[in-house]
Write a protein that binds this ligand. Sequence first.
Ligand SMILES: CC(C)(COP(=O)(O)OP(=O)(O)OC[C@H]1O[C@@H](n2cnc3c(N)ncnc32)[C@H](O)[C@@H]1OP(=O)(O)O)[C@@H](O)C(=O)NCCC(=O)NCCS
Length: 401
Amino acid sequence: MTLIPGITIRSAVESDAAEIGLVVQTAFGMRPEESLQEPYRRLFPPQEAIVAVDGERVVGHVESTTFTLTVPGERTVDACGIAGVAVAPTHRRRGILRAMYTEQHQRIEAAGLPLTIFTASRGNIYGRFGYGPTTRGSAVSIDRRFAEFLPTAPDPGGVELAVLTEATAQVRAIYDRWRRLTPGAQVRPDAQWEITFLDPERFRGGGTDLFALLHPDGYVLYRYRYSDSVEIAEVVEIRTVTADAHAALWRTLCGLDLVTRIEAELTDNDPLPYLLTDPRLVRTAKRFDGLWLRLMDVPAALNARSYQRDLDVVLAVTDPFRNAGGAFALRVRDGIADCTPTTRAADIELGIDVLGSMYLGAYPARVFATANRLHAKDSWQVRAIDEAFGAERDAVPGWFF
Ligand SMILES: CC(C)(COP(=O)(O)OP(=O)(O)OC[C@H]1O[C@@H](n2cnc3c(N)ncnc32)[C@H](O)[C@@H]1OP(=O)(O)O)[C@@H](O)C(=O)NCCC(=O)NCCS
């Protein structure tokens, strides 16, 4: 396919590997970690990648794979996950990303996948392609020395110190239970577990290799790091199926006597601050989004999740990139949706990127209404859609890609 004079968009072939490597390394400013190459190729099969070629030279790259993604209501849906988006700095701002994305999204549509997800390097690029941020959280820092639990905080115990290499089966089994409950979490393939457990020294930020704490319903993977003579416990991953596991694991982390600071990432409704006598100890260092999401097929995507209340609403969705928009009647009864194209007049008008943000329940419609990006005939319809689109659990990307 030629959308830009002189530039061909085509499937990658084996002989492109070295040039793809150079473009991707240059774009992201890092050399590959040898030990991760083989599992990474299994995660994102190179033969499914798309490249942009100038003459004989690769100047752009996009790769993708199919994820099984949990959506609200403990349901799962197949979604395309995009990664490795890179254009050579010699060829930027000529429309190569747009051309590769056009091809990529045609392929996703042909494969019949109702959703597409990725993690974005910048916040100002992907709205135009119909994506909205759909998970969010905070990087927090806790001065462990002052952390005291309220008398009402559960103290169930049950945590054991584990050697990670001996506990991989338990960790994987708990992750799998957790991801079935958690919107945004993906099935985690063997190759991704290999990458986690390999834990190459280069990516430890000067910290130790991974330590593990195990509870029958949760786990923590963390490392120790010294910074300015302060000992830090950096939580790399905490996954809890039950409130007891959450309390028990945090009590254990707060029992790391010689640690000054615990660093972790929490979703907005994580109960940790409310287990402590001083909720301000959980200090927000940074806010971030994680997953970005796009609906490829509005009725299929809206029918795939469940809802928190009954609803009868006509949505007018605009999609300048793919033309997947239109008017859709969304009727919900007992959590189950029946969404179909309609000719009825719209109650709510919104962009497909806004719908992507709302999809996993983490971004309320009322905020977009105030921001003039969602328009409703009546304000009660915004309240109704907010309640309906909520989720039982905060959305979290299960693993980063
Ligand atoms: C981001 C990147 C892929 C863009 O590639 P590109 O070929 O220059 O992008 P295009 O020329 O096709 O631009 C597509 C659209 O995005 C916009 N855009 C691209 N990069 C942008 C940026 N950094 N900031 C704001 N807008 C940007 C363009 O203005 C254009 O808008 P329009 O089509 O509505 O006019 C490229 O700069 C890159 O490789 N960056 C480093 C690696 C990276 O960040 N990858 C993305 C990981 S998610």
